[in-house]
Ligand binder design. Sequence first.
Ligand code: PMV
Length: 335
Amino acid sequence: MYGKATAITSPNIALIKYWGNRDERLMLPNNSSISMTLGDELTTKTKVIFDSKQDKDQFYINGKLQDLSDKETMERFAVINKIRSIAGTNAKVLISSENSFPTSAGLASSASGIAAMVLASTKALDLKLDSRELSIIAKVGSGSACRSLFGGFVKWERGQKADGTDSYARQIAGHEHWPELVDIVAVVSDSKKKVSSRAGMRQTVKSSLLYKARPEWAENMCVKLEDAILKKDFGTLAEITMKDSSNLHAVMLDTYPSLMYLNDTSKEIMYKIAELNESEGKPVAAYTFDAGANANIITRKGDADKVMEMLSQVASIKEIRKTGIGKGPRFIEES
Ligand code: PMV
């Protein structure tokens, strides 16, 4: 058999983060999370070719052949085995994935990469799966990947069931709902993170005392944030986003051994945003940090110049990328 497809996806930035599982095998999270999918300025393009004439799997990221016996790569590659078993094929696969942004530095490259891999693979094998089934497969590779299967604002439901059938991603609102929103990515470090998200969150769940309060709080914040998104209430969105980022990094620090993903530049950005909001008398920008030092700053078009001006004062920022809310995945034809 032979089948190929190419998908383009974008990373998503969680405003309420996923960190920790109630069931790691099925990737069932301890709390729901909400993200916005980023625009076309940051994309992952993944080409997948299944070919039963090939004798081995090959996986390239930005032209570099990946070691499929590496633990982290194996975890991510599990989605391919799952898709092969659904399709009833053992054809080998060639995957080539390219990011237009730094890989593994807290810019959610795994989310867009795995989402693109799932979409291209299921299309190449002509599988007709709905978005709920796709999101259940994607999160096996990386939890946050299920949120990159959609554009706009997306919620990954925690769910209640032990079999995980009610834990999947769904769109809250499309990209056209709030086009004034802007995401400014400040690249502070382009080096690979020392502890992967999966290993880090496992350690937090096991050892952090403060983490015990997080799931219920985050669950409640998801309800408030969804409402704020639907009402386009920027002040509430900004406050919840910054509180959740700080709560996440507090439980990371409270993990044993401690996880410290932020660096001095990240902290300087936090101070600068707080100063800007103070001087404006209301939140006009919100920072959020994943498992990395890079900042995502959410603001509105009318305030973006002020944020850019403020960031220009932080000398150690390596690169700034401005993007908006993305439409979500698409397929392209490639020879
Ligand atoms: O999906 P993973 O395993 O890469 O973990 C994502 C963890 C965070 O980026 C910190 C939070 C999130 O919800 O995206």
